[in-house]
Design a binder for this molecule. Structure first.
Ligand code: PMP
Length: 370
């Protein structure tokens, strides 16, 4: 058969992560710092809510925009948080689902999307797939929000700015001051901001600041997967001020023909999840962050991460990929920075694993950096 693969699919590059997975699959009992999901299991009472919903026959499609009770509860929450009187809400199949729908609804070929680098890899791949153009703004070496560079990157073709705090892969949490400065720039140029807040509950040193508090033209994306250890349940939501109702409506229209709806019984459990207290998990993850940071800081160039469960560490030597290959051969799975960046100088550690594995990994990385 001749080449039947679409040009669109060929614009997506999966090679970076695939390489680590392929190498990792050959190893016995590795220290897995590669996986971006919590190591704790879904809380028992939320599992029971899902089981209850299944037993009660909540197994059919929900409304395209999501279960009405869940949407009402989300609307009430964002109304209180941001003072949005009449928010628009769409329940999505994970934050990935929300991102895809947002990009499908907003990006035309040639449109520019401003993305701080390093970035969560899905942004680049989806923007490229849709014929948009990523405008990367460098946030090295301290990984603060590069507000001036964002301002400098805006052109007549800029469609949106993406902000991800706490950030995957750097673990940076942007300050109120940085967020306010970004809001001012976006407002001045009347540009939409997509705020990916999937890690918002995982903040260790300061409280979280959302741009939605300062700027109405914000598309707010939140997820359940990381906060409640239910990544396989595929749940997230998009919320916005009523002035962006048309965007949410277009996204809902596209959801109708793609995902149809988020999984119904899990939406029912999500109603209870919104009231679930995650502070014990966050405390456990703060401790993991400390073990990792204290373990690495004397040998590696590392900015102390203050959120999510990642650290983005400078690799010794010239190429991060080379160091990563060496680490994997020594049974420590890390991801080369060029998967998340236009540079190949750092590597990402996900410390969502046991304290003992973190200590073991730190010890091996120390040896390799000698
Ligand atoms: N945004 C960021 C920054 C992420 O790290 C991830 C998951 N790794 C997602 C979105 C997608 O999450 P979900 O599983 O809810 O689709």
């Amino acid at each position: 058969m001749k080449d039947i693969i679409s040009n669109r699919a060929k614009l997506i590059d999966a090679s970076g992560i695939r390489k680590v997975f392929a190498l990792g699959a050959t190893l016995e009992n590795p220290v897995d710092f590669s996986i971006g999901q919590p190591d704790f299991d879904t809380p028992q009472e939320l599992k029971e809510e899902a089981i209850k919903a299944i037993q009660a026959g909540q197994n059919k499609y929900s409304q395209t925009a999501g279960d009405n009770l869940l949407r009402e509860k989300i609307a009430g929450k964002v109304r209180k948080e941001f003072g949005w009187a009449n928010p628009a809400v769409l329940v999505t199949s994970g934050v990935s689902g929300g991102l895809l729908l947002a990009f499908l609804a907003l990006i035309d070929p040639g449109d520019e999307v401003i993305i701080p680098d390093p970035y969560f890899v899905i942004y680049k791949q989806l923007v490229n797939m849709l014929g948009g153009r990523c405008v990367f703004v460098d946030s090295y070496p301290d990984f603060k929000l590069p507000v001036e560079k964002i301002a400098g990157g805006i052109t007549a073709k800029t469609k949106m700015i993406i902000v991800n705090s706490p950030c995957n892969p750097t673990g940076a949490v942007y300050s109120e001051q940085e967020i306010k400065a970004l809001a001012e720039i976006a407002a001045k140029k009347d540009i939409l901001v997509i705020s990916d807040q999937i890690y918002e509950k995982f903040c260790y040193d300061s409280s979280f600041s959302s741009i939605a508090n300062h700027y109405e033209k914000t598309l707010l994306l939140r997820g359940f997967g990381k906060s409640y250890a239910m990544t396989g349940w595929r749940l997230g939501y998009v919320a916005a001020h009523e002035s962006l109702k048309n965007v949410i409506e277009e996204m809902t229209k596209i959801q109708q023909y793609t995902f149809v709806c988020a999984p119904t019984p899990f939406q029912k459990a999500a109603i209870a999840a919104l009231d679930y207290d995650t502070s014990d998990f966050v405390a456990a993850y703060r401790k993991k962050r400390d073990i990792l940071y204290e373990g690495l800081k004397d040998r590696f160039e590392i900015v102390k991460p203050s959120g999510a469960f990642y650290a983005f560490v400078k690799a010794p030597g010239k190429s991060a990929t080379e160091f990563v290959e060496k680490a994997i051969k020594n049974r420590v799975l890390i991801i080369p920075g060029n998967v998340f960046s236009e540079k190949d100088t750092h590597f990402r550690i996900s410390y969502a694993t046991s304290d003992q594995k973190i200590r073991q990994g730190v010890e091996i990385l120390h040896r390799l950096a000698l």
